[in-house]
Design a protein around this ligand. Sequence first.
Ligand code: AMP
Length: 113
Amino acid sequence: MTETLFSKIIDREIPADIVYEDELCLAFRDINPQAPVHILLIPKQPIVKIADATESDQSLLGHLLLKAGEIAREQGYADAFRLVVNNGEEAGQTVFHLHIHILAGREFSWPAG
Ligand code: AMP
Protein backbone atom coordinates (compact mmCIF):
# COMPACT_ATOMS: atom_id res chain seq x y z
CA MET A 1 0.00 0.00 0.00
CA THR A 2 1.33 3.45 -0.86
CA GLU A 3 1.86 5.90 1.96
CA THR A 4 -1.14 8.06 2.72
CA LEU A 5 -1.81 11.11 4.82
CA PHE A 6 -2.96 8.79 7.60
CA SER A 7 0.19 6.68 7.67
CA LYS A 8 2.08 9.97 8.00
CA ILE A 9 -0.12 10.85 10.99
CA ILE A 10 0.64 7.43 12.53
CA ASP A 11 4.35 8.08 12.00
CA ARG A 12 4.01 11.63 13.42
CA GLU A 13 5.29 13.09 10.17
CA ILE A 14 2.28 15.39 10.05
CA PRO A 15 0.43 16.72 13.09
CA ALA A 16 -3.00 15.66 14.25
CA ASP A 17 -5.21 16.23 17.27
CA ILE A 18 -4.95 12.69 18.65
CA VAL A 19 -7.66 11.61 21.10
CA TYR A 20 -6.85 7.90 21.50
CA GLU A 21 -4.06 5.49 20.66
CA ASP A 22 -3.19 1.88 21.39
CA GLU A 23 -1.02 -0.73 19.72
CA LEU A 24 -3.63 -1.41 17.03
CA CYS A 25 -5.29 1.89 16.26
CA LEU A 26 -5.18 5.66 16.37
CA ALA A 27 -8.00 8.21 16.64
CA PHE A 28 -7.73 11.90 15.82
CA ARG A 29 -10.04 14.82 15.09
CA ASP A 30 -11.08 15.35 11.48
CA ILE A 31 -9.54 18.51 10.03
CA ASN A 32 -12.86 19.41 8.37
CA PRO A 33 -15.46 18.43 10.99
CA GLN A 34 -18.99 17.63 9.87
CA ALA A 35 -20.37 17.56 13.42
CA PRO A 36 -19.35 19.03 16.80
CA VAL A 37 -17.50 15.75 17.40
CA HIS A 38 -15.87 14.30 14.26
CA ILE A 39 -13.11 11.82 14.93
CA LEU A 40 -11.38 9.44 12.55
CA LEU A 41 -10.42 6.04 13.89
CA ILE A 42 -7.83 4.13 11.86
CA PRO A 43 -6.02 0.84 12.17
CA LYS A 44 -2.25 1.19 12.33
CA GLN A 45 -2.09 -1.73 9.95
CA PRO A 46 -2.62 -0.29 6.48
CA ILE A 47 -5.85 -1.61 4.98
CA VAL A 48 -6.87 0.42 1.92
CA LYS A 49 -10.63 0.06 2.38
CA ILE A 50 -13.10 -2.12 4.22
CA ALA A 51 -13.72 -4.23 1.10
CA ASP A 52 -10.05 -5.22 1.19
CA ALA A 53 -10.23 -6.61 4.73
CA THR A 54 -9.94 -10.37 5.08
CA GLU A 55 -10.74 -13.05 7.66
CA SER A 56 -7.36 -12.37 9.23
CA ASP A 57 -8.52 -8.82 10.04
CA GLN A 58 -11.57 -10.01 11.98
CA SER A 59 -10.32 -9.26 15.47
CA LEU A 60 -8.80 -5.93 14.37
CA LEU A 61 -12.14 -4.85 12.89
CA GLY A 62 -13.94 -5.89 16.08
CA HIS A 63 -11.39 -3.92 18.09
CA LEU A 64 -12.05 -0.82 15.98
CA LEU A 65 -15.81 -1.01 16.53
CA LEU A 66 -15.43 -1.49 20.27
CA LYS A 67 -13.03 1.45 20.45
CA ALA A 68 -15.36 3.61 18.34
CA GLY A 69 -18.09 3.13 20.96
CA GLU A 70 -15.68 3.84 23.80
CA ILE A 71 -14.38 7.00 22.14
CA ALA A 72 -17.93 8.27 21.54
CA ARG A 73 -18.70 7.62 25.21
CA GLU A 74 -15.54 9.42 26.33
CA GLN A 75 -16.59 12.40 24.21
CA GLY A 76 -19.91 12.50 26.07
CA TYR A 77 -22.07 10.79 23.47
CA ALA A 78 -22.57 7.24 24.71
CA ASP A 79 -26.09 6.93 23.30
CA ALA A 80 -26.19 9.05 20.15
CA PHE A 81 -23.46 8.92 17.57
CA ARG A 82 -22.99 7.81 14.00
CA LEU A 83 -20.24 5.67 12.52
CA VAL A 84 -19.49 6.01 8.80
CA VAL A 85 -17.12 4.05 6.60
CA ASN A 86 -16.80 5.28 3.02
CA ASN A 87 -15.62 2.48 0.75
CA GLY A 88 -14.24 3.54 -2.62
CA GLU A 89 -14.11 6.82 -4.48
CA GLU A 90 -17.71 6.69 -5.68
CA ALA A 91 -18.87 6.29 -2.08
CA GLY A 92 -16.92 9.34 -0.99
CA GLN A 93 -13.64 7.81 0.15
CA THR A 94 -10.82 10.29 -0.34
CA VAL A 95 -8.08 8.84 1.86
CA PHE A 96 -7.19 5.25 1.02
CA HIS A 97 -6.36 4.01 4.48
CA LEU A 98 -9.39 2.45 6.16
CA HIS A 99 -11.04 4.82 8.64
CA ILE A 100 -14.21 4.98 10.68
CA HIS A 101 -15.79 8.42 11.00
CA ILE A 102 -17.19 8.92 14.52
CA LEU A 103 -19.75 11.73 14.39
CA ALA A 104 -21.72 13.12 17.31
CA GLY A 105 -23.22 16.24 18.80
CA ARG A 106 -25.95 17.03 16.30
CA GLU A 107 -29.04 15.41 14.82
CA PHE A 108 -28.51 13.02 11.92
CA SER A 109 -30.98 12.43 9.14
CA TRP A 110 -31.67 9.12 7.46
CA PRO A 111 -30.95 7.92 4.83
CA ALA A 112 -27.42 9.30 4.89
CA GLY A 113 -26.67 11.55 1.91
P1 AMP B 1 -13.13 10.00 3.53
O1 AMP B 1 -13.71 11.04 2.61
O2 AMP B 1 -14.14 9.05 4.08
O3 AMP B 1 -11.96 9.28 2.88
O4 AMP B 1 -12.59 10.78 4.79
C1 AMP B 1 -11.35 11.39 4.82
C2 AMP B 1 -11.41 12.41 5.92
O5 AMP B 1 -10.10 12.80 6.25
C3 AMP B 1 -12.18 13.69 5.57
O6 AMP B 1 -13.28 13.84 6.46
C4 AMP B 1 -11.13 14.78 5.75
O7 AMP B 1 -11.67 15.98 6.28
C5 AMP B 1 -10.14 14.12 6.68
N1 AMP B 1 -8.78 14.63 6.63
C6 AMP B 1 -8.05 14.91 5.55
N2 AMP B 1 -6.82 15.33 5.90
C7 AMP B 1 -6.78 15.31 7.26
C8 AMP B 1 -5.79 15.64 8.23
N3 AMP B 1 -4.56 16.07 7.88
N4 AMP B 1 -6.11 15.52 9.53
C9 AMP B 1 -7.33 15.10 9.90
N5 AMP B 1 -8.31 14.76 9.03
C10 AMP B 1 -8.04 14.88 7.73
